[in-house]
Design a protein around this ligand. Structure first.
Ligand SMILES: Cc1ncc(COP(=O)(O)O)c(C=O)c1O
Length: 383
């Protein structure tokens, strides 16, 4: 089936976080969901389930276990047993379980800013100490400063929280980068919590490698978080999964989550199963559309947004824009909201390294993106 991602679907009035926060005259390019309808087989499967009419407590479908295990094997030659799979409504929930299960109050958690804000804020809220060896800017991309990374590890550090593919840096880490990170973590006996939610949203020339697949030793130290939510635009249905091989880490996971982490809801399971079984066609088409949007954005910025610099994107639909040379007085996200009526994420949400940056979500019809960019260009010209 051919999907029409150019179609503008009204999301105002649907209680979308992205579309509800700002006024009706604002184009929201912030929260990470897509303004595209889900794959047809997902919508059909949800309809069939609604028609059944009974919505009691659900169990994870056996077939979903099989489909996920088959997928991990096919894509990554990764052998996950049924007992190694855990479900959770969301990855943020999973991250918070990990922060509490694998680091005690006062223990250290390591993150690499600029990074998704839950990596930095949530451990700190729960009394963990966050050490933040930043990624280092190298031209239009980011690299890991391995010396700095290792120097940030102290006797209190217990957990490294990895974002791969990286939001907002857009990196897909290479095997050698992952091997160096894993080697350091194993040498210091750190648990690795690897958030791989963006693993299917890759651009040509890049391949995702789950860090846990590097070796049995790394798998033993790693908890991997994945979901169909970004891949298939199902965030509102709340279904994610966690792969944990190590029995002790599994036990700690169960202890923290029992009674606190709710079941995945019926619709989340139904959508996840339908998406993984029948969503490949939609995914291939959406990836092609996102790539064109990425290229359109890059080109537009070069031509029309003087002083704004877009980082190279190997993955995700979240562009990281350096506005420090654009002549904007004050905070660029506030400027674009006020002057262009375009809502972006403020770079400082991702840590101190994001000062002067914004994050722009381009998973929307090209016409919406074009209009937002025209408004941003006009606002810059007026400064
Ligand atoms: C790296 C990363 N992890 C987690 C999430 C959110 O996951 P969830 O909606 O499953 O809690 C996002 C959303 O943008 C993200 O970028």
């Amino acid at each position: 089936m051919k999907y029409d991602f150019d179609r503008v679907i009204e999301r105002r009035g649907t209680d979308s976080i992205k579309w509800k926060k700002y006024g009706d005259d604002v184009i929201p390019l912030w929260v990470a969901d897509m303004d595209f309808a889900s794959a047809d087989p997902v919508i059909q499967a949800l309809r069939r389930r609604v028609d059944h009419g009974i919505f009691g407590y659900p169990a994870a479908p056996d077939e979903l276990h099989d489909v996920i295990r088959d997928r991990l094997d096919r894509l990554y030659h990764w052998d996950a047993g049924n007992n190694d799979l855990f479900f959770s409504p969301g990855l943020v929930t999973g991250l918070n379980v990990a922060f509490q299960a694998y680091a005690a109050p006062g223990d250290g958690v390591l993150a690499q800013p600029p990074v998704y804000f839950h990596f930095i804020n949530d451990p700190a809220w729960h009394g963990r100490v966050v050490d933040e060896p930043p990624l280092s800017e190298k031209g239009d991309t980011y690299e890991i400063d391995f010396d700095l990374f290792e120097k940030s590890i102290t006797s209190r550090t217990k957990l490294f929280v990895l974002c791969n593919p990286h939001n907002p840096a857009g990196r897909v880490y290479t095997r050698s980068e992952l091997e160096r990170l894993a080697e350091i973590c194993l040498r210091h006996n750190l648990v690795i919590c690897s958030d791989e939610i963006h693993c299917d949203l890759l651009y040509p020339g890049h391949r995702h490698i789950p860090i846990a697949t590097l070796s049995p030793e790394v798998a033993t130290q790693t908890v991997t978080l994945m979901a169909p939510s970004k891949t298939y635009n199902l965030a509102g249905l709340g279904c994610s999964f966690i792969i944990i091989k190590n029995r002790a880490l599994q036990e700690a996971w169960r202890k923290i989550s029992f009674g606190l982490v709710p079941h995945v809801n019926t619709m989340g399971y139904v959508a996840a199963l339908a998406a993984f079984k029948h969503g490949q066609d939609w995914l291939e088409q959406v990836l092609a559309y996102l790539k064109d949007n990425r290229d359109f954005l890059q080109h537009y910025i070069g031509e029309n947004l003087a002083g704004v610099r877009m980082f190279k994107m190997e993955a995700t639909y979240l562009a990281w824009l350096d506005c420090r040379a654009a002549g904007i007085r004050g905070n660029p996200a506030e400027f674009f909201l006020r002057e262009a009526r375009v809502a972006l994420n403020d770079g400082t949400e991702f840590g101190k390294a994001g000062h002067g940056f914004v994050r722009l979500n381009f998973a929307c019809p090209r016409a919406t993106l074009g209009e937002a960019l025209d408004r941003m260009a006009a606002a810059l010209q007026r400064t």
